[in-house]
Write a protein that binds this ligand. Structure first.
Ligand code: HEC
Ligand code: HEC
Ligand code: HEC
Ligand code: HEC
Ligand code: HEC
Ligand code: HEC
Ligand code: HEC
Ligand code: HEC
Ligand code: HEC
Ligand code: HEC
Length: 328
């Protein structure tokens, strides 16, 4: 049992004001775990941080990071698995110099311009805590990713105490808002009239909710550019538009290269999310004389009704024996 005399002055005063009951609760917890290098156990934290503990108890971490089910010594530490050894913090009631491995997680994450460039270190230090357990699968390519390189912290998108999403402990209820806050261009494109069903929220309120940003992106890091969560842009599109994969007897070269040659993945103002309206879309690559593909002036009587898909309907590729011009 920890003797009150050995506790720093502040704690004594603090304990005095709250009452002996707290000491009775905190005391044994500290005593039992104190021997193991500055850890006190979660019970001690709960006595002073009832709100944080209560919020935390509803999350997945509370279920997996406790002695009853823990598979590692670290996981058994509960609160201290993330915050680090809390003995000095507890003894000084949060006022004194904490243990060097103590992490409070109270810093801002992006755009924080603290003097002395401390912010960058702090985020790295905080991220390292999460990465010490989550260094695989979805999070495996974090190191060197655009978000890591730009000091976006795990806690920018994740909340360990008060998540707004039902899954994945996200700080925002929906990704259009959460990611869109920093990526307004992508968000704006999704609000255009032609887009995939990405808008979140219930149907009646304009929400579609079938997809979200992470249907195509892995925000933690990828092997591709633009955090596209597949080996290439096309591989990502094929996950849902498998019929566009082929194989085709007659392929159309730009389709194999990248769907984004013709489509804006986030949304556009043209049917089928096309970059440019037809026939101009096709004319960005094909200019031939004596063919409907020929460029025409606006006053030419053949300038309307010349959309290439009137005849070339199989723009993504054809399997017809004589479909070499993608007309059937
Ligand atoms: C004896 C009471 C007491 C106990 C026990 C206690 N804390 Fe604290 N803690 C405090 C006080 C008071 C503060 C506020 C310090 C401040 O604002 O400067 C604090 C601050 C914190 C903060 C930073 C929050 C912020 O807003 O800066 C974290 C994180 C934290 N405590 C976690 C823990 C954990 C984890 C444990 C268990 C290992 C724990 N505390 C045990 C009293 C306690
Ligand atoms: C999975 C890692 C993790 C665990 C486990 C954890 N915390 Fe935290 N804690 C954080 C992070 C990260 C923050 C910063 C805010 C956030 O993300 O929710 C934080 C913030 C806090 C804060 C200050 C902000 C607030 O919400 O009041 C307190 C106090 C706190 N934690 C106490 C605790 C206590 C008590 C426990 C155990 C019951 C605990 N934490 C377990 C990661 C953790
Ligand atoms: C001591 C190991 C440990 C630490 C440290 C840790 N976690 Fe976890 N976390 C787990 C385990 C175990 C699970 C549950 C199994 C899983 O989903 O991998 C989990 C689950 C999660 C999930 C998935 C929740 C869901 O609903 O799918 C997220 C997100 C997460 N952790 C984020 C974080 C963040 C952010 C931090 C740092 C503040 C952190 N974790 C620190 C062990 C840890
Ligand atoms: C830019 C926002 C963002 C950042 C930064 C971020 N995450 Fe996530 N995280 C997400 C989203 C969105 C999901 C849910 C969809 C997904 O799995 O991609 C998620 C899912 C997870 C999961 C659950 C994965 C699974 O397989 O179910 C874990 C664990 C996790 N994140 C940990 C971390 C850790 C650790 C960090 C910091 C190194 C981090 N995240 C940084 C947005 C982010
Ligand atoms: C249907 C798949 C898909 C969805 C859903 C999606 N993206 Fe993308 N995103 C892409 C592809 C593909 C690229 C690469 C574009 C290129 O290479 O031309 C990209 C590129 C980006 C870029 C890089 C800059 C740019 O515009 O080229 C950002 C930032 C981005 N997306 C953010 C988001 C955000 C935020 C969301 C959710 C609001 C989102 N994306 C939803 C497929 C998607
Ligand atoms: C706190 C701000 C912030 C949040 C929130 C955020 N991002 Fe980012 N994101 C950045 C920064 C900064 C970069 C790197 C600079 C850049 O390329 O714009 C970046 C880069 C990206 C890129 C790569 C752009 C490229 O050209 O390589 C994609 C894709 C992306 N973010 C998607 C997402 C998705 C999806 C989410 C939500 C799960 C998200 N971001 C949430 C700040 C943020
Ligand atoms: C050469 C330009 C071009 C390329 C490259 C392209 N598309 Fe298209 N796509 C079109 C045109 C034009 C339409 C409109 C079709 C129509 O009017 O019949 C369309 C329509 C679509 C549609 C909606 C109608 C349908 O056929 O289901 C989907 C889905 C689609 N494309 C997916 C893809 C995917 C996935 C890729 C990459 C593998 C891709 N597109 C590459 C030009 C292109
Ligand atoms: C997670 C699944 C998913 C992924 C990944 C995906 N799509 Fe879609 N896409 C859809 C759904 C769902 C629709 C709507 C189908 C409908 O309304 O019938 C759609 C519709 C479309 C349309 C027609 C839009 C319109 O205006 O009618 C095009 C074009 C398209 N997707 C292209 C792409 C491209 C290019 C990619 C890769 C960057 C991609 N999709 C990745 C699910 C996906
Ligand atoms: C990004 C450039 C690009 C765009 C945009 C594009 N194409 Fe193509 N197209 C090509 C290339 C490259 C070939 C292969 C030419 C070759 O093999 O000689 C091709 C081949 C074709 C062929 C077969 C010609 C042949 O000789 O085999 C037809 C027909 C065709 N495209 C029609 C279209 C139509 C219709 C559109 C608009 C929906 C379109 N293309 C948009 C680049 C493009
Ligand atoms: C009225 C129907 C029709 C329209 C509209 C049309 N085409 Fe064609 N196109 C054809 C036919 C038929 C062929 C095959 C010609 C042949 O057999 O010699 C062809 C052939 C082609 C070829 C291959 C030419 C070659 O000699 O290699 C390309 C490329 C092409 N079209 C592009 C386009 C583009 C781009 C547009 C729109 C600007 C377009 N076409 C509009 C009917 C059409």
């Amino acid at each position: 049992m920890l003797c009150p005399k050995r506790m720093p002055l502040q704690v004594e005063a603090w304990v005095g004001s709250i009452g002996l009951a707290v000491l009775v609760l905190v005391g044994p917890a500290i005593a039992s775990a104190q021997s193991t290098s500055g850890y006190v156990g979660s019970e001690a934290c709960t006595t002073c941080h009832a709100d944080a503990s209560h919020a935390y108890d509803r999350t997945v971490h509370a279920r997996v990071l406790n002695e009853a089910v823990a598979r590692t010594e670290r996981a058994a530490r509960g609160c201290e698995a993330c915050h680090g050894p809390g003995l000095t913090h507890v003894q000084s009631a949060g006022k004194g110099e904490p243990h060097e491995d103590w992490i409070a997680f109270t810093g801002d994450t992006v755009g924080d311009t603290d003097e002395g460039g401390l912010a960058a270190d702090r985020i790295e230090r905080e991220n390292a805590v999460c990465l010490s357990c989550h260094d695989h699968s979805r999070v495996g390519l974090w190191s060197g990713s655009p978000h890591a390189m730009n000091d976006v912290g795990c806690t920018t998108c994740h909340s360990t105490k008060n998540p707004a999403s039902r899954r994945h402990l996200l700080t925002a209820a929906d990704q259009t808002t959460g990611c869109g806050g920093c990526h307004p261009a992508a968000r704006a494109q999704q609000l255009r009239n032609r887009h995939m069903p990405v808008r979140s929220g219930p149907g009646g309120a304009g929400g579609e909710g079938f997809m979200n940003c992470s249907s195509c992106h892995n925000p933690h890091g990828t092997v591709t550019e633009s955090l596209v969560d597949a080996n290439s842009v096309n591989e990502s599109c094929y996950e849902c538009h498998a019929e566009k994969r082929g194989p085709f007897l007659w392929e159309h070269a730009p389709v194999n290269e990248s769907c984004t040659n013709c489509h804006v993945p986030h949304g556009s103002i043209r049917p089928n999310m096309l970059r440019v309206a037809g026939p101009r879309l096709c004319q960005t690559c094909h200019i031939q004389s004596l063919h409907p593909s020929q460029n025409r002036g606006p006053t030419d009587r053949f300038s309307v009704g010349q959309n290439c898909q009137h005849c070339h309907i199989m723009v993504h590729g054809s399997n017809h024996p004589s479909g070499n011009f993608l007309t059937r």
